[in-house]
Design a protein around this ligand. Structure first.
Ligand code: ATP
Length: 783
């Protein structure tokens, strides 16, 4: 048997050698070609102006010159495009040279004599004559069988329908530097042995691609194309993010003629996560899609007018503030502002604004009102009510601009203009002179004419002064959005809007205070933008064809509904885990993910549930799932490690001392990435100040954009989405973690661990551990 295996390996290795030989030949040919192409580009750039005819004497000559320049630059960009293309192919081939393929299936199509050996790798490779495939790209239709079937009957879809047949063999390889390290023949899923190999690796500060071991249910996410909304509920570590990134690569391959990386946008949870996933697509030979956090989007729309609270500050507030009356009002506000009910309220309120209630700002020039808000309001409501509000706003804008023009003329002869003119420095004067000359407003002679000079300067001064005002009017800043938003609270009371929270009035007051200070809390940012769009006209992102939302449990129903409206042409892939809901709105069941059925038309959505967890050892998965009250059935991947340790210590100094010991132990065991997870940023900073005296470590804060291997200390909510070899829960005591709405946060923190999990506590351990079976952890007391 062993002999057979050796023989198989030998035969396969000689196949690998042959493939590498072909790759090498192709690479040499390509290097020759890229060399000449590069020279071409360099010489084209050098001689660019020699080869174009520049003659600007006559209008006809100008046209000819223009055409000549255009032709030359088209030629250059054509060459550059070919060079980029060749460079990409060269890169792909170089990668294939080290590991040409990772899988093979032998497939006998129904009605055919011959069984075809299909080797599957990161990219396609043709033989030297470019006739036969030596390797198929993992995203090719035929390769889907590798992920979807065990040996036996199998099928794959082509443009002309399904191809049926028999899969006679399914084999996996790990090939490094051209040598087969391991090889397995596998059954239903991509073999456990292979996964064991991959998953026993150390955590990395960058996510890796998983193409060689994609599981069947993950493949369904990657290739699914039927519906507009693909919604994935997957437990911690089930490969949601991984599947999402491979799906981007798949879409870029499948629709390569019409989809570019910048047509795809990923909303990720925080900037650090952006860098964590940044390597996957380049590893797969594709460009990265656009990435942003939803908060960055909100900032992009609101930053000029307000200081917008970021979501981490909101969580920090909720986790570290005394649960007093003010806290309760804020919490009730957060919940309501997350709901579809609030969105419907805004819709109704906008209907009301159609007839009355719009608020505008006075328009002042040099501290004097020259159009007052009542006048604008009157004009707005004098317009035909059948015209939509955004269209009426445009009419108002044009009317205001006209008034501004009149104002501009009125101001020119005024005294202040003369005063300013006299104060003009020589430099300013010259600037005006040059500017006016550029605009061909005078000839050299006429500027010497005193009256004319005076007039032109006055025009220039007034125009300059009025410019910022014009900009404001053009950007519709004359609408008093903060007051409009604030008024909604009183309006809802007056109009008996149903099911308002008990403390609605207080919520309104708090919101009003915040707006007066030109601040916008995170929970208000989306509703505020929504109402802004309703009044000013929607901002639609039609260039985005596919939107990915990761950690989707953090989005409120309101946010989802809003996102759906601003990306009307996008397909969406929405991935999350309701058990990892950490925001106040989502822990209290106002998670958009939990309510996806009412948010997206059922006939347009496809739901996939992932229950298998690949990140953590069996022991960590079994321990962590017991923290949850509605215990999900999470199936751990069969990888063993030691049980989590729950350790009692005496007090904070003792806690720090034991943590230092534990870190040293983990380091001596070879754990490379170790995270000490604290609950809040406040706790993190305090712990860092003590612990870093003894151990060098990285402090992770909300501003951190990337992290390095080694020891780090991090607040719980920033750790989501990422993973570490070993996790230490800094202080899992009952006085730190006890509020029911913090249970999922505690769970999320524990599920970041791949191989080792330790929890320390002082006094009583968190009640979240009460229901965890004592057989699932090792209890230790250092007290
Ligand atoms: N098919 C697979 N083959 C190899 N590794 C996998 C596979 N699926 C997932 N993994 C690994 O499991 C770990 C968790 O994956 P990932 O981060 O994508 O999960 P997730 O569902 O997004 O997790 P969470 O919701 O907890 O953040 C990663 O290390 C990933 O590489």
């Amino acid at each position: 048997m062993a002999e057979n295996k050796d023989l198989t390996k030998e035969i396969e290795q000689s196949h690998v050698d042959n493939v590498i030989h072909v790759i090498e030949k192709k690479l040499t040919r390509m290097e020759e070609k890229t060399g000449t192409l590069k020279q071409d580009i360099v010489s084209l750039r050098k001689t660019f102006w020699e080869d174009v005819t520049v003659n600007l004497d006559e209008p006809d000559d100008v046209i000819e010159t223009h055409t000549s320049i255009r032709q030359q630059s088209e030629l250059l960009s054509e060459r550059e495009r070919s060079h980029r293309q060749l460079y990409k192919q060269w890169n792909n081939l170089t990668r294939l040279k080290s590991s040409p393929f990772f899988g093979r299936i032998d497939f006998k199509e129904d009605g055919e004599e011959r069984t075809e050996k299909i080797y599957i790798g990161l990219f396609s490779l043709m033989d030297e004559q470019d006739e036969e495939f030596l390797v198929y790209d993992w995203r090719a239709p035929i390769s889907s069988m590798y992920y979807d079937y065990a040996p036996g009957p199998a099928k794959y879809e082509t443009m002309d329908g399904f191809i049926h047949g028999e899969m006679e063999l399914k084999r996996q390889y790990i090939i490094r530097d051209g040598k087969i390290k391991v090889l397995f023949d596998t059954g239903v899923t991509i073999g456990d042995e292979m996964l064991q190999e991959v998953l026993s690796d150390q955590a990395d500060t960058q996510m890796k691609s998983i193409v060689a071991t994609i599981q069947r249910e993950q493949n369904e996410i990657i290739r699914n194309d039927e519906k507009k909304y693909l919604i994935v509920q997957g437990s911690a570590g089930s490969g949601k993010t991984s599947a999402a990134l491979q799906r981007v690569a798949y879409l870029l391959y499948r629709y390569r003629k019409k989809l570019r990386a910048d047509n795809i946008l990923l909303f990720s949870p925080n900037p650090m996560f952006n860098s964590y996933v940044a390597n996957v697509l380049p590893e797969l030979g594709e460009e990265n899609m656009q990435q942003s956090t939803f908060f960055q989007y909100l900032l992009h729309r609101l930053d000029d007018d307000f200081i917008v609270e970021d979501p981490n500050t909101q969580i920090e507030y909720m986790l570290s503030t005394n649960r007093d009356a003010i806290f309760s009002v804020r919490k009730a506000g957060i919940l309501y502002k997350a709901s579809i009910a609030f969105k419907q309220m805004i819709d109704q309120y906008v209907l009301y604004l159609n007839d009355e209630g719009m608020q505008f700002k006075n328009i002042t020039f040099r501290k004097e009102k020259f159009i007052n808000k009542e006048e604008i309001e009157q004009y707005f409501y004098s317009l035909d009510r059948s015209i939509s509000i955004p269209n009426r706003i445009i009419i108002v804008k044009d009317w205001l601009l006209l008034k501004l023009k009149e104002k501009e003329q009125e101001e020119r002869p005024k005294e202040w203009v003369e005063e300013e003119r006299e104060l003009l420095e020589r430099e300013d004067y010259l600037k005006v002179y040059k500017k006016l000359q550029k605009e061909q407003r005078f000839t050299d002679d006429t500027f010497n004419d005193f009256d004319r000079e005076e007039k032109l300067l006055a025009e220039w001064i007034v125009r300059k002064r009025i410019k910022p005002l014009r900009r404001k009017i053009e950007s519709l800043a004359f609408i008093d959005l903060p007051t409009i938003y604030r008024n909604i609270f009183a309006w809802a009371l007056q109009s008996d809007f149903p099911n308002l929270p008990d403390c609605w009035q207080e919520i309104g007051e708090e919101t009003g205070n915040e707006l007066k200070n030109r601040q916008l809390n995170y929970e208000d940012a989306t509703p505020f933008l929504y109402i802004k769009d309703k009044l000013e006209g929607k901002h639609i992102y039609s260039g985005i064809r596919h939107l990915f939302i990761d950690e989707a449990q953090d989005y409120s129903p309101f946010q989802f509904a809003y996102i759906k409206e601003i990306f009307p042409n996008s397909k969406m892939t929405i991935l999350g885990d309701i058990n990892q809901s950490i925001y106040s709105h989502s822990t209290n069941n106002e998670s958009g993910l939990a309510k996806s059925d009412s948010l997206f038309p059922l006939e347009e959505q496809k739901k996939i549930v992932l229950t298998k967890s690949y990140r953590s050892t069996k022991q960590i998965v079994e321990f962590s799932e017991m923290i949850l009250t509605d215990r999900p059935s999470i199936e751990p991947f069969n990888r063993n490690g030691s049980k989590p340790m729950v350790a009692k210590v005496n007090n904070v100094p003792h806690l720090n001392e034991k943590i230092v010991e534990q870190v040293r132990k983990l380091q001596s065991e070879g754990k490379e990435t170790i995270a000490i997870i604290c609950k809040t940023a406040k706790e993190t900073l305090a712990a860092y100040q003590e612990l870093s005296k003894q151990l060098p470590m990285h402090l992770i804060q909300k501003e951190t954009h990337s992290y390095e291997k080694g020891l780090l200390i991090i607040p719980s909510y920033l750790a989501k989405g990422i993973e570490f070899d070993a996790v230490i829960i800094y202080n899992g005591s009952s006085d730190v973690y006890h509020e029911e709405d913090e249970r999922k946060l505690f769970y999320t923190a524990c599920t970041r661990a791949m191989h080792s999990l330790t929890l320390f506590y002082i006094g009583e351990k968190s009640p979240f551990l009460q229901k965890v079976d004592t057989s699932k952890y090792e209890e230790v007391s250092f007290a």
